[in-house]
Design a protein around this ligand. Structure first.
Ligand code: SAH
Length: 384
């Protein structure tokens, strides 16, 4: 008989963030492996998933929504799935403890600094969300206050009190979001304290991270993921490498000492600015970054006759698109390393690449999101 396993988190039933809490960690890994084999097994053998030794407190980015509860008292926590009700999570087993502590401090400071939380029903109040990111290697903390207006009367004393309580805070940024809808961050920002970003170290390189740039949320597993991706690229030092959907340039920069040059393309301009800064921060002269749609860039590359020998692609959950994949086939790089956070869209895209003359040689799942059902995988494809 199987032993009964109790979910370790008291918020499990209400929160819904960790769909696999009913399963012991080993069982979660088996289940993720099974899902990868079912979706990707037709392309090649799937390696056993790389799990975490300590699958807790891995999230370096914490988001808390602020609102009024049923009795119109300010509260903060996680949105219940499919609703606007907030589960007042004080301390989450997968989130970094220091990030959670900063959010609790901010919550407790609200009355003294006359900060009203935004109320969607009446449209009154000011603070909507708080986002906290922490560099695991550096300990630096970035706090983003998301509010509906730039007017923050007690800004100076608030920032002073907050940074005194948490000296690891390197930057505090005010982000304006006055639109309804699910998007947390608006497009306008004001730096209230520090340089407006933090730095972290991954795979022996230093990275600066701005509020709106993508950065992998599980640094322990990201190192395994990137090392695996770079290994699978089989670089010799002579290649021109395209890092598509490059974010702040982390994969390309990690591979840069094993390639002739790296060209990164990314849609988010803040992330591109970070990527350019990151090449400089690491003293790299062989990394170039450009802002734009990866599909459009790939099409131009195919037209120009430039032929990268290796292409990394790491698209969002929705996967890549036909425009990118068709132009990739035209460019015909010798090796493609596809990093994916959704095996279903990965399978869809692999169909196009394998029909177009590539063969999947290795598939390595990595558990970036323990206790949730999400699975990350890396695939090495070789041109036939
Ligand atoms: N490789 C990076 C980022 C991966 S996340 C890392 O490991 O950190 C996916 C990235 O794709 C995000 O930074 C997102 O802004 C970017 N993106 C989304 N759609 C895009 C598109 N059409 N063209 C280029 N980049 C895109």
């Amino acid at each position: 008989m199987e032993a009964v396993f109790s979910p370790p988190c008291p918020y499990y039933k209400k929160c819904g963030g960790c769909q696999l809490q009913k399963l012991p960690y080993e069982e979660q890994l088996r289940r993720k492996n099974g899902r990868c084999i079912a979706l990707l097994g037709e392309f090649c053998h799937v390696e056993p998933i790389l799990g975490m030794e300590e699958p807790f407190r891995y999230r370096n980015k914490v988001h808390a929504a602020f609102a009024l509860d049923n009795r119109r008292r300010p509260t903060c926590g996680i949105y219940q799935p499919g609703s606007h009700a907030i589960v007042p999570v004080e301390d989450c087993l997968i989130e970094d403890a220091a990030c959670d502590a900063v959010i609790r401090t901010i919550r407790d400071m609200l009355p003294a600094f006359k900060i009203k939380v935004f109320d969607e029903r009446s449209g009154s109040g000011w603070l909507r969300h708080v986002l906290v990111r922490r560099g695991f290697a550096t300990g630096e903390i970035l706090v983003v206050l998301v509010a509906v207006s730039p007017i923050f009367q007690l800004q100076k004393p608030f920032v002073k009190a907050l940074t005194e309580k948490h000296p690891e805070i390197r930057s505090v940024v005010l982000n304006l979001n006055d639109r309804f809808g699910p998007v947390v961050l608006g497009t306008r920002e004001k730096v209230l304290y520090g340089p407006g970003f933090i730095e972290d170290v991954l795979c022996s390189h230093r990275f600066r991270i701005s509020p709106r740039s993508f950065y992998q949320i599980n640094p322990v597993q990201t190192e395994k993921l990137y090392r695996c991706a770079v290994d699978l690229a089989g670089l010799t030092g002579k290649e021109t490498v395209l890092d598509a959907y490059c974010g702040i340039g982390t994969i390309g920069i990690t591979a840069s000492d094993q390639a002739k040059q790296i060209i990164g393309v990314e849609l988010n301009r803040d992330a591109v600015r970070d990527a350019i800064g990151n090449a400089k921060l690491n003293g790299l002269k062989n990394c170039w970054f450009t802002a734009g749609d990866a599909g459009e860039y790939m099409e131009q590359t195919a037209r120009s006759g430039l032929r990268p020998e290796v292409v990394f692609l790491d698209p969002p959950r929705s996967g890549s698109d036909e425009r990118f994949l068709r132009s990739l086939l035209k460019c015909a790089p010798e090796r493609v390393v596809y990093v994916s956070c959704d095996p279903a869209t990965l399978a869809r895209d692999l169909k196009i690449l394998t029909a177009g003359g590539y063969r999947a040689e290795k598939i390595q799942p990595v558990d970036m999101f323990p206790w949730t059902e999400h699975v990350e995988s890396v695939v090495r494809l070789i041109r036939q």
